[in-house]
Design a binder for this molecule. Sequence first.
Ligand SMILES: Cc1ncc(COP(=O)(O)O)c(C=O)c1O
Length: 635
Amino acid sequence: MSSDIDTAHGDIYGIGQWGSGLVTILENGHIGLCHPFDPDSTPTDLRHIVENLQQRGITTPVLLRVTDFLKYRIDEINQQFSLAIKELGYQGRYQGVFPIKVNQQAEVIDRIAEYGHEYRFGFEVGSKAELLIALSLDLHAETAIICNGIKDSEFLELAIMSLQLGFNTFIVLESPRELELVLDAVSGTDIRPQLGMRIKLTNTVSGKWADSSGDRSTFGLTIAQIMDVVNRLKQTGYLDCLILQHSHLGSQVPQIIEIRKAAQEACQFFTELRREGVPLRYLDLGGGLGVDYTGEHTASANSINYTLQEYCLNIVETVKDIMDENDMPHPVIVTESGRACVAQSSMLVFNVLDATHYDSDKKVIAAEDDHPLLLKMLDIQSYLTKDRIQECWNDMKYYRDEARALFRRNQISLAMTARIEQAYLYMMNHIKALLKASDNTTEDVQQALFQLADIYHCNFSLFQSLPDIWAIDQIHPIAPLQRLDEPAERYAILSDITCDSDGKIDQFILSDGLSSILPVHDLNEQDDYYIGVFFIGAYQETLGDLHNLFGDTNVVTIGLLEEGGFEIIKEQDGDTIHEVLSYVEYEPKRLINAFKAIVESAVKKGRLSPAERRRMIKCYTDSMNGYTYFEHQES
Ligand SMILES: Cc1ncc(COP(=O)(O)O)c(C=O)c1O
């Protein structure tokens, strides 16, 4: 059973806000995953899942995909559009597509094809490789494949051929040049391609992807080019093939009003083009449906101020009203929601390896021959109160910096400098306790807490698994998987295991808003401490890179059981070191042979025994075949 989420130590991580009914806190203080199709069923303990995987040899860091979450989102998107269509008396239908670029992993795409089958939910492809994926799927004849992006003649030829195979493929023209390539490909044949036209909207939306909207967006036809394309199609006798208008509204659009305005402009083009005689039947509004990563329900970069239901109603109503005003039939509404489909279905779980503390409870007792700076530092205790925190802290920093300066000038010994540093950490401990007890939450105090925060060193690579945190300050919900029924006594930022100072997370969503530090529990030797990063199913897997040669993590796809518990649907081992080395042009066999030669020469010189040689070579080859991350040590 899940506990009352609001009362579990105040739900400091805001799980009740962002959990979307999928993630909860259990009575044992662990995070639970809820079955989306049966909210009354027993949630599955996420920590138990991780321990169970560990026992099977599937170690952290591990990317966990929950198929039920994916199916739930596909159902929701399709059903909410159906409901809106019914409620508003819309005469057309909805037909969504999933943009493959948002998560190209085979297991995810196969699931989307399966779960989307009943809705004729299709795929948007932006490259030849993505088209090849779509053409390998067993799709219903009405399921759409929408080809966006810059296309060469091979891409177009494949798309045209696919029509002959019974695929419902649309070629969206991004430029007049592409039209000429299509005309070349079909001339002399009786093939009638299904064409679309990507139109740049002048409307801009806010949020992180504002640049993908408006006049200066990189894709699509300008107003002037639209008429050129229409006239060329008329002239060549292919105007009847132009049946789809694509107008991408943006990505992670924070405000519903912006969705409405952009949809209005798209409809304006649609009705005008129909007046020009273009037989448009499909209105594709692209992406834009956001995910409430922070659960704040506000119009901000990592949140949205609308629900899925509102999004569907707003779109259907806008299209209906404008078509009715213009006395035109209602088109098929297409959207290309990527992140809203997949973001919530994946999470990354890693273990904390170690912590660096910026305080200490090891008391420093003044001795007679101690340096005056140390005595002054210790004297701060005599005036340290809640009201004088800032003053005490200023003094401590001054004495410590003075000591460091003396050390650099060889005027104080290493041993004495170490005592002063230790006294500083000990005083920090006092300051931290006072700050926590203080209900003053000013910027200054926040800043002070941040500077005192621990660094928790975690077994993952930000660049491989969470690239958007690094590249665009994306915020994902983050919480420990356990001990949520205990007060989190410490604060930390999370650092990854790459040798890059950018490899850290210092933006978190908590129940009372954004924070630069994460409340965490003290580590103990007996028990692994796991942290989960949630809602990472969109974009993260393929944008990740091999910084420091940390490769793909282990990936496990699970299904939740209604009686609680889980089943493994698929597991995919993470990259081995030899795999990542071959990605960067090394031949592992050659490396092993080179190492063998070095070891053998040491044996010849009498520096190593034959037994040591065997041990060293085994160690080298085992590493070569092992995981790129820290291998799990049984605790
Ligand atoms: C043409 C197109 N369609 C769909 C999407 C998916 O957007 P989102 O993931 O926000 O739904 C994008 C992403 O920017 C896009 O460029």
